[in-house]
Each structure stands twice: as C-alpha cells, then as structure tokens.
Ligand binder design. Sequence first.
Ligand SMILES: [Zn+2]
Length: 58
Amino acid sequence: MLRCVEFVEQVTEMEEGASRPLARLWFQLHRLACRYCRRYLRQMRAVREVMQAPASPE
Ligand SMILES: [Zn+2]
C-alpha cells in the first residue's frame, strides 16, 4: 500500500496522466482508503482550477 507521502509525491504525475497503470491502481486504492489524501487531492484540484481560470474583471 502506498504511504501518504508517496501519494502526495505522485499527485502531479497522476493528474497529468503520465503514470503507469500499476502506479495508478495503487494511487486510486490509497485515495479510496485514506480520507486525508482524498481531501488533499480535492484541495489540489481546487487550487489548480483557480490558477487556470482567467482573471475575472473586478
Ligand atoms: Zn494518505
């Protein structure tokens, strides 16, 4: 089983779809089993969306 620190290290790779199938499987299993990493992943995605969104006019 993946440890949390390994999960965090792989998040960017996974989001870019650059990972191997087996690594992806372990990643998904950890995500399902670990609520801390689920929350981390959600925050990562939220931050990424904000970063990618065009600046809205004030
Ligand atoms: Zn974890």
